[in-house]
Design a binder for this molecule. Sequence first.
Ligand SMILES: Cc1cc2nc3c(=O)[nH]c(=O)nc-3n(C[C@H](O)[C@H](O)[C@H](O)COP(=O)(O)OP(=O)(O)OC[C@H]3O[C@@H](n4cnc5c(N)ncnc54)[C@H](O)[C@@H]3O)c2cc1C
Ligand code: FES
Ligand code: FES
Length: 469
Amino acid sequence: MIKFLLNNNIVSTLLPAGTLLLDFVRYHQHLHGTKIGCREGDCGACTVLVGSLNTQGQVVYRSATSCLMPIGNAQGKHIVTVEGTNIQGLNFIQQAFSNEGASQCGFCTPGFMVSLAGFCLQANEEPTYEQGIDAVNGNICRCTGYKSIERAIGTIANKLTTRQQESAVDFAVNNQILPEYFKRIPDKLMALQTELSVVPNNPASPMSIVGGGTDLYVQKHDSMTERNDLYFAQRESHLSEIAQVNDLCFLGSGTTVTDIAESPIFKAHFEEWQAVIKLVSSTPIRNMATLAGNFINASPIGDFSILFLALDAQLQFASMGNTQARQLPLRKLYKGYKQLDKQPDEYVERIFFQLPDAQTKVNFEKVCKRTHLDIASVNTAICLHLHSDGTIAKAGLSAGGVAPVPAFLPKTSAYMEGKVPSRQLLNEVCALAQTEIAPIGDVRGSVAYKRLLLDQLIEAHFIKLFPKL
Ligand SMILES: Cc1cc2nc3c(=O)[nH]c(=O)nc-3n(C[C@H](O)[C@H](O)[C@H](O)COP(=O)(O)OP(=O)(O)OC[C@H]3O[C@@H](n4cnc5c(N)ncnc54)[C@H](O)[C@@H]3O)c2cc1C
Ligand code: FES
Ligand code: FES
């Protein structure tokens, strides 16, 4: 049985756990404010908020596209649809949109309302206009024009700057941004968690683990929605932890891109971390998508597969059946197009890698048809450990979109070791990398174009990491 808080009411259902939240709220709860646009996570018309209790007993709200979210991932959570943001009269966000003429046909508007409610509930000290814009980066409007929407967001962000000691929820309730029931949600969720602690995550049969569902529900929508034999990694608290032990970082396989984006460990060890994260999908998709899902989906252009190949991440597999737990370098996972060194009953439990130190330089580059919110034509990452004299001690270079798998380039990586970074080395690295790739021409570019892109992105690595050269 699945049970969660939907707006101000507890709901429970015996529908298959793979049923989409979008269909559940529209067809079973008759909440039609949540719209269906693309059903592929691209338009934001179906946006909801997902509130989860953290270890301090506070509710953390993140936006999600309900068209890719199984109700199994809603278990024990607070799900907020646009109806759940209503108060008597227009709320502050709705009024700001109305004042600026930021809604014409109105089809996209519920999605914007929900994403901006999520912005107002962010716990950060000083919410900014830029964060408001980021909150709606997964929402598309086809008829109003974004300038009026941006002005409305400006008004909302200004209002939030007047927040002082109050919590985000208290401020939102006291300023007609959200309804009063939000104040009682932590207690309700706490009681629900206690009740659900005895309900097991379904025992999984092989191949049925779900992370955020952002690949599964795009690729296998029809079969997924019928399934009741799914195992939800994000429901296991031990799979959602990010921890540092000495110079190693351990990530539970249920950690999302947003968890990683906000992790103090990542912020402390990676320069320009936020810029890298902004190159990956949109806010609601980042809130759902897991690292393990990115690795196992095995897309040749998976951004995190490419980054973690360069970092030489290790996978710890656990088993649902007879296979023994084991460890495997990510660099050995990919055997061919969507073919993995993984038994059907194995799942990724944890991922770990060595955190970069002062002598380590890491860079990620990605070219898409548009800069943000797009999948890569070609992406690449590099990780160089330097000796104190500047010689490269250890190198890892990976590239996506240039082979049937997310590719680690072993010969080029090994060639760099023992050498001093120079223009000549860059030329040699570019030439050698070309011998290790086999791109195909497709909608994202011809073979020649992808080869040229990789050349230029390797040059970009060197420019970023060794600007004095
Ligand atoms: C609109 C949109 C934009 C996107 N943009 C990008 C982008 O910019 N860059 C990018 O790289 N990707 C992008 N993606 C793809 C996707 O979001 C990522 O690949 C994501 O990391 C997948 O994670 P998930 O948790 O949602 O995977 P799921 O869909 O839950 O699972 C994917 C696969 O991994 C398996 N799996 C999940 N967890 C485990 C585990 N612990 N052990 C074993 N197997 C497991 C599942 O069984 C399934 O086979 C985008 C997707 C959408 C819909
Ligand atoms: S319907 Fe378009 S993102 Fe869900
Ligand atoms: S108001 Fe029509 S799509 Fe946005």
